[in-house]
Structure formats: C-alpha cells, structure tokens
Design a protein around this ligand. Structure first.
Ligand code: NDP
Length: 248
C-alpha cells in the first residue's frame, strides 16, 4: 500500500501516556501516524519503535503546539507527504495546579496556551485539508474536571471546559463537510501526569470511583479509535466520558 493510500492519523503529544496509547491503537499496515512531542525525544523514539513492532509506521516531530509557526510547518509537512488528513487527535496537555489566589499569570497562560490554543491551532491547520477532502474526524482529549470542575485547577479546568466548547462550535461549523468533531473526557488515568499524586490522595480518589480502580491509557485510546472509525459517523459534537463512573 503506497503511503497516500494509508489513513493519515495525527496525534499531538504522542511521546508518552494517553497519546502514546492512542498512537499504538491506530498502528496498522493501513495507517501512518504523525505524532508530535515537546521535548522528550527518547520517549518519542520509544513510541515509534512500539508502532513499528505493532506493524504500523509513524513519523515523530518535535513541535510546540503553542506556536502558530511550528504547527503550520508540521501540517504543511504532513500535507506534502500524504496530501490528506483523516484523523486529528488533540491530546497534548499539561497541568500547573494551584489555588486561584496564588496562581501565577504564567501558569494560567501556559496551561491555556497548550491545552486550548494548541487544539485551536492544530484544528485550524488540519481543517483546511479536511474541508477540501470532504472527510475527517477530530477528537479532543478534554477531562472529567472540564465537565465537573475541580478545586486547585482553575487554569486546567477552564482549558478543558473551553475544549468542550471548541468541540461543539467546530462540530456545528464543519458537519456539512462530513467532518465529525468530538471530545473524550477521561477521569483518573494512570500516566506521568497523575503519578506525582500522593498515595493518600490516590487512595481517596479510587474510593470515589464506582468501578473501584484507575483507568488505563488504552481504555481512553479505544474510545478515540471508535470516534475516528466509520462506525461512529453519526456522532458529532459529543463528550464521551471515560471515567469509571466517578461523574454520572
Ligand atoms: P502526559 O503528561 O503523560 O503526556 C503529555 C504529552 O503532551 C507528552 O507527549 C508531551 O510531550 C505533550 N506536550 C505537552 N506540552 C506540549 C506542547 N506544548 N507541544 C507539544 N506537545 C506537548 O499526559 P497524559 O497522557 O496523562 O495526558 C494526555 C491528555 O489527556 C492531556 O490533554 C490531559 O490533560 C488529558 N487527561 C489526562 C488524564 C489523566 O488522568 N492522565 C485525565 C484527563 C485528561 P513531551 O513528552 O515532549 O513532554
């Protein structure tokens, strides 16, 4: 199968955690996964090796999604190599937690720029191609707390709630072009982002989860892949919770 016959999958923040699991779930001889990362080139190499072992192919590029220039160069590169984009997963995200009265302006800006502006820039760049091809799926990785709110995470919660609004607005804007846009809102998932929580806090969180355990990155990835598949073409503008029942 020549490269332009393969599905073109773009995943932001594919070097680690949920993003890596999403890249691996898409790995197959019928896809080429383009993923980016901010600084962990060793982790990105590991993701690429794992995709190879799973029978897929990929390209990893260091791209800061808060930079309009870097994002546009990334999508121009993809377009030059494949001419199309079937799926975009806006996954890259960061936290910089703190109580609102102590939150530094730079912590607010960094989180909003990465989690919300990054998704805006990547969606805008990908949609130029998707609109022309009259096909595409965008999946935004929001969060449980973007739906429920959470003390000590005003910047993160605002970014993830904003991402849900972005999802719904773009879904309405591009539905006539046969493009679906959905959000996935994971609950507490085992990844680098959550590993620094104290054991006490982890135990308290698990007590609140009806299914009684933390979720895995793969459990988020399977939902993403469904939303990118032919079987979900009548679903758009939705938020799918993957949270073990912690918020119903
Ligand atoms: P990780 O911290 O494990 O990975 C974050 C990824 O984002 C890394 O690949 C990182 O690259 C990349 N990244 C961060 N900033 C940028 C940037 N400016 N430009 C490009 N790439 C960037 O996070 P998770 O896997 O835990 O989370 C993935 C997504 O899921 C996030 O959006 C998060 O908010 C969301 N989520 C996670 C939950 C959880 O419990 N883990 C729960 C709910 C939502 P690098 O490796 O180079 O740093």
């Amino acid at each position: 199968m020549s490269d332009n016959k393969k599905q073109t999958i773009v995943v932001t923040g594919g070097s680690r955690g949920i993003g890596r699991a999403i890249c691996l779930d898409f790995a197959s001889p019928n896809t080429h996964v383009y993923f980016n990362y901010l600084s962990s080139s060793t982790s990105a190499d590991e993701t690429r090796d794992l995709i190879d072992k799973a029978g897929g192919s990929s390209t990893a590029i260091k791209v800061n999604i808060t930079s309009d220039t870097e994002v546009n160069d990334f999508f121009r590169y993809i377009k030059e190599h494949t001419g199309k984009i079937d799926v975009l997963v806006n996954n890259a995200g960061i936290t910089k937690d703190g109580l609102i009265v102590r939150m530094k302006e730079s912590d607010w800006d960094n989180v909003i720029d990465t989690n919300l502006k990054g998704a805006f820039l990547c969606s805008k760049a990908a949609l130029k191609t998707m609109i022309r091809q009259h096909y595409g799926s965008i999946i935004n990785i929001s969060s449980l707390v973007g739906v429920s709110g959470n003390a000590g995470q005003a910047n993160y919660v605002a970014s993830k709630a904003g991402l849900i609004g972005l999802t719904k607005a773009i879904a309405k804007e591009v539905a006539s072009r046969n493009i679906t846009v959905n959000a996935v809102a994971p609950g507490y998932i085992d990844s680098d982002m959550t590993e620094n929580l104290s054991d006490k806090l982890k135990a308290e969180l698990i007590k609140q989860i009806p299914l009684g355990r933390v979720g895995t990155p793969q459990e988020v990835a399977h939902v993403v892949r469904f939303l990118a598949s032919k079987n979900s073409r009548y679903i758009t503008g939705q938020v799918i919770n993957v949270n073990g029942g912690i918020y119903i």
